[in-house]
Design a protein around this ligand. Sequence first.
Ligand SMILES: O=C(CO)[C@@H](O)[C@H](O)[C@H](O)[C@H](O)COP(=O)(O)O
Ligand SMILES: [Zn+2]
Length: 200
Amino acid sequence: MRTFLATLAQHQTLIEQLKSDAEQITQAGQVIANCLAQNGKILFCGNGGSAADCQHIAAELVVRYEQHRKALAAIAMTTDTSILTAHSNDYDFSSVFSRQIEALGQTNDVLCAISTSGHSKNIISAATTAKAQGLTVVALTGGDGGELKHHADIAIIVPSSITARIQEAHILIGHWWCGYIEDLLTERSCFNPHSTSSVE
Ligand SMILES: O=C(CO)[C@@H](O)[C@H](O)[C@H](O)[C@H](O)COP(=O)(O)O
Ligand SMILES: [Zn+2]
């Protein structure tokens, strides 16, 4: 029988291991911030719990994380039930995200592809389509990074085989990115009164 303390210990071990990825996680945060500063947008894709992470992080960027500041361009490609059902029903679930990238992706955008296994077909297809269209691909994955790591410009691999622990690490990284991006864009005066929206 699992105990809460044993699960907590797994989580803490993993968080400790993530220290060695700090530089790469920071670099990915810079890539996302640069994209937003240059009027690009962040497209997110993931399945199940990772789909929830997509809309969670996109909401922090569009609305706010810690600062009242201008809106940042982010889209969770996991939320439009008409697109998701029409495409899966008429074509194939494996291309449900790549189709949206074909519609929305531009060369100065970033795809943030989230897959704990790194093996989900629709996520790999999204990454390959994004690369082909000139987007930068940041992958949040786990295990050994699966096939996804081969199709990403930056692949952050949480070294665990437990889906839940990987997801917990992913949202920690996603939250950290949101704060770091707000800090970086503030430092570059991207949120000064002349570049902000009505929420100021
Ligand atoms: O949240 C969980 C498990 O914690 C599940 O919903 C999980 O996200 C789903 O099984 C996903 O389909 C797994 O996909 P992936 O992370 O391997 O790409
Ligand atoms: Zn979950």
